[in-house]
Structures are given as C-alpha cells and as structure tokens.
Write a protein that binds this ligand. Structure first.
Ligand code: 5GP
Length: 190
C-alpha cells in the first residue's frame, strides 16, 4: 500500500488547532483526510459519531488497547481516553490521501517518533494561558471544572513545544491559517 504523509497538529485545548485543521481540510489541493480518533468521552454539542470521533465506551476502548489496535493512545484527562486506530491511518492511505491529525501533544510526538520522515509535527501556541481560559469559556461546551482541568494541563503541554518540527503562533487567526497552509503545502510537495 502506498503510504502518504502524516500532518500532526497538537496544542493545548482551546488554542485553535481544530479551526486550523478544518481550514486545511477545506483546501482540496492539499489532498488531506482527517484522522477520526476514538474517544471514551461523551459527544459534545453537535459532534457526530464517525465524523468528529468514534465514540466508544470505556470498556470497548480498553479492549482495543488490549488487542493492540492503536497506533497511539492517551488518557488525556482522567477516564477520558483518546487514541488513533492503526486501521484509520490505513483507511486514509488506501484512499491515496495524506492524514491530518488533531491530537494531544504526547500522541503527536509519538506519531513523529514512529514515522520521523513522513511526519510534519506542528505545535499551535496560544497567546497566553489567560487567553486560553477566555476562549474555553466562550466555547461554552465545558463545565467550570473541566475548563480548570484543561487549563492545568496546558502549562505542561506548552513546555513540549520545542520538541515539535515547527511552532505556529495563533495570536491572529488569519495569520496562523496562512502560515499553516504554506507549511503543509511545502511539506507535501517536498
Ligand atoms: P477534546 O475533548 O477537546 O475533543 O480533545 C481533548 C484533547 O485530546 C485535544 O488535545 C485533542 O487534540 C486530543 N485528542 C483527540 N484525539 C486524540 C487521539 O487520537 N490521540 C491523542 N493522543 N489525543 C487526541
């Protein structure tokens, strides 16, 4: 099977990486397909099973871990597991497309380690922790507790930024989108 490239976007929750990934997916010429992750958390807002995530019970998620089905997985927050199935990447490669991931920093670095040449690992940096808090509150999808949990994790995640191939500062969305597009275009054509 012909293997495409792997484009990883990682960042603390609320940094805007999902917006950047969606923008890139809208550019047909990039030939990207979104890697749908599995998660044990409940759907949020308008999320759809099989489009945003494969929503699994904790039991089923743990069974996939036991069976060795994941390329990478993480307990990103307590009892909230997230992971990429090997079969998901194979599905996308079989379509002749490149894979784009929206995953946490540990998962992103793991993929980079497994496929060093094929992977572009991008870290999206928010302006500040305070700004992250504001963005998460505006999103209105998480409780105060969950927001605090995500903020607590953000500082640890920010420290991993230098391990990525490149850092995009998401201080102004339009600038970040343009930078991301250029980066990915160059990597795919390299
Ligand atoms: P959320 O609950 O906001 O959708 O995602 C929480 C965090 O888990 C985000 O940083 C998201 O990128 C990350 N995540 C989503 N899918 C995966 C995955 O397959 N593996 C890993 N390691 N993290 C993921």
């Amino acid at each position: 099977m012909k293997q495409g490239k792997l484009i990883v976007f990682s960042a603390p929750s609320g940094s805007g990486k999902t917006t950047i990934v969606r923008h890139l997916l809208s550019k047909e010429e990039l030939n990207l397909e979104f890697s749908i992750s599995c998660t044990s958390r409940a759907p949020r807002g308008e999320e759809v099973n099989g489009k945003d995530y494969y929503f699994l019970s904790l039991h089923d998620f743990k069974q996939h871990i036991k069976d060795g089905d994941f390329l990478e997985w993480e307990e990103v927050y307590r009892d909230n597991f997230y992971g990429t199935l090997k079969a998901e990447v194979e599905r996308i490669w079989a379509l002749g497309k490149h894979v784009i991931f929206d995953i946490d920093v540990a998962g992103g670095l793991r993929i980079k380690k497994k496929f060093p040449e094929q992977t572009l690992a991008v870290f999206v940096k928010p302006p500040s922790i305070d700004e992250l808090k504001i963005r998460l509150k505006q999103r209105k999808t998480e409780s105060e507790d969950k927001i605090n949990m995500r903020i607590a994790k953000a500082s640890v995640e920010l420290a991993t930024a230098p391990q990525f191939d490149t850092i995009i500062k998401n201080y102004e969305l339009e600038v970040a989108l343009k930078e991301a597009e250029e980066l990915v275009t160059n990597f795919i054509n390299s």
